[in-house]
Design a protein around this ligand. Sequence first.
Ligand SMILES: C[S@@+](CC[C@H](N)C(=O)[O-])C[C@H]1O[C@@H](n2cnc3c(N)ncnc32)[C@H](O)[C@@H]1O
Length: 337
Amino acid sequence: MSQTKATPKIDQLLSGLKIATGSLRESLREAQAASAAAPPPRVMKSRGDIVSALMCEVERRYGIAPGEQVERKLVRIFEAMTFEELERWSQSLFSPYAIEAEWLSLVENLTVHETYFDRDKEQLSVLSTEILPRLIEKKHLSGDYRIRIWSAGCSSGEETYNLTILALMALRDAGFALERSDGSIVPVPTWSLYVLGSDISSQMIRIAKSGIYSTGEMGSFRSTNTQLWKFFDERTWLNETASGGRSLQVKRCISSLTGFRRHNLMDMMVEATAFDLVVCRNVLIYFDRNKKKVLENLCRPLAPGGGTLILGATDVMLDQQGVERRQSNGNFWYEKA
Ligand SMILES: C[S@@+](CC[C@H](N)C(=O)[O-])C[C@H]1O[C@@H](n2cnc3c(N)ncnc32)[C@H](O)[C@@H]1O
């Protein structure tokens, strides 16, 4: 009886809550739009003016530094447009009602998504033989059996799956993961592994989530050693790819421990638990003025007391990021103090 009386009240409460969350969402959207609003449309008299204005705004939003290469790409993209079309389109981009997706599709064309499995083998070898075994031992001693890795600027996901495979093999070698007869490896129940891949490009994230890669000559497996192959299944119905290779899909034991998300490195990665390892290779080349901010965003989510950051072999760390440099055989990495 008391239940039936209570129902309308609950309904009222629920509908009130719905309105409250609705208007909250609305204000949030407005706040986001306001913060993303570009400077007011300026007078752009030439293609050069438009290209410069777009490069500045791309840098403000995504950190990507203007330069000759970016300029050349923009000029090529705009070749097919008349000046009037280009002016109208750029005005719409600079309007406060511009859609983020428009900017993102422009950025897709300004960045290079080149990546492949086993890229920079020496670095990965130090990871397998030194960094991961040490991390696993530390975790074992502390009783915190969760390993969390972030592959930042992962492009189509090869680096991310590579990290999952290497971490699983290190867990197996330490006795904390089991290898089955079909070659798959699974952590023992007390241990967990999660590897997150992120990139600004939604197109790349879509490919990464599919976990399907081609074996063509310049494809994802161009530099792969044989131990990686067993973590892939042949896709029989997609056997012949455009590049002439076969099409392989990452096995479930790997993909179930790997997630992907679109994320702008100019923003802080908000995660409930810190990362034990952050890998960001061949991405910092895009940033100039914003490199410090991006490095801060990479270092902040590192686990205190040894969280490790690996940059590309030619990337340079800036001072005052609260990390200490380590090295082995000419390979560098950084640990949070
Ligand atoms: C050359 S790929 C590197 C892929 C992989 N890390 C590797 O080393 O093989 C560089 C990636 O950085 C991404 N990127 C560029 N600016 C970014 C930003 N502001 N936020 C996130 N990712 C970005 C690009 O979309 C591109 O996929």
